[in-house]
Design a protein around this ligand. Structure first.
Ligand code: ZN
Ligand code: ZN
Length: 245
């Protein structure tokens, strides 16, 4: 995978810089964080949901999960993660949110893809995939539509099985992928809430033959009270750092 050279880097960097003071991000090696999704985990190694997923999935989850930032309920980042794909908002609001989400993902991939792939034990992905949205909508996934012009595929196609719509449980049958024997996949998603969708997608990719999966999410959703007690808002967003380096 390459980020295309014609991405307008100066404009994208400016957008990310302007939003930096409003977002907070997981830092590597911080104690009290989930070893998978970086949510507050107290004295445990994993948050409750990731612990359950690790127990159930027996090594079939993503090799690494890297949230670019926390999305604390009510904060601007969490709001934009909802706005960028919402129809019916006043004209311009969804577009502004979408520009920022695109900038954050592309700049992060430019600066940190090497450390994310290293953490997943892969030299680089052979395929890119997006986690299907919970509610089906016509046309391409909004996140894929946002970044596809700038990323060289190929894309691994994931489809949701209709019986699983709306569920919040980890389920290896929730998604299906076309065969990709030996693939190394970069899996992207906008918001990680329980992680069940993204991890079910990782399981589907492995079932389709993927050897490794590195997951990057724009926002690790955290409730306001939980974020407050864990001091998340005081963590800065450091463009030169990521959750794994
Ligand atoms: Zn977790
Ligand atoms: Zn990094």
């Amino acid at each position: 995978m390459r980020v295309r050279g014609d991405a307008r880097w100066r404009e994208l960097d400016d957008l990310v810089r302007a939003a930096t003071s409003l977002i907070c991000a997981p830092q590597p090696g911080t104690p009290g964080r989930c070893g998978v999704c970086r949510a507050p985990a107290g004295r445990r190694s994993y948050c409750a949901q990731c612990e359950l997923h690790v127990e159930c999935a027996q090594g079939n989850l993503a090799d690494v999960v890297v949230p670019i930032a926390y999305a604390i309920k009510g904060d601007p980042h969490a709001r934009r993660l909802w706005q960028y794909k919402s129809a019916g908002l006043p004209r311009g609001i969804a577009e502004i949110a979408a520009s920022l989400m695109r900038a954050q993902l592309l700049v992060f991939l430019r600066d940190h893809r090497a450390c994310v792939f290293r953490a997943a034990g892969m030299i680089g992905p052979t395929h890119i995939a997006v986690v299907p949205t919970a509610r089906r909508r016509p046309g391409p996934h909004p996140l894929r539509a946002l970044v596809a012009p700038y990323l060289h595929g190929p894309w691994a196609e994931l489809t949701a099985s209709s019986r699983q719509e709306g569920t919040r449980e980890l389920d290896p049958g929730r998604f299906a992928a076309a065969p990709i024997p030996g693939a190394r996949v970069l899996l992207i998603d906008d918001t990680w809430t329980t992680g069940a969708s993204a991890q079910s997608a990782a399981m589907a990719l492995r079932r389709a033959g993927a050897l490794s999966v590195a997951t990057i999410v724009l926002g690790r959703h955290v409730g306001a009270a939980e974020a407050e007690s864990a001091g998340l808002a005081r963590l800065p967003f450091l463009p030169g750092s990521c959750a794994v380096h």
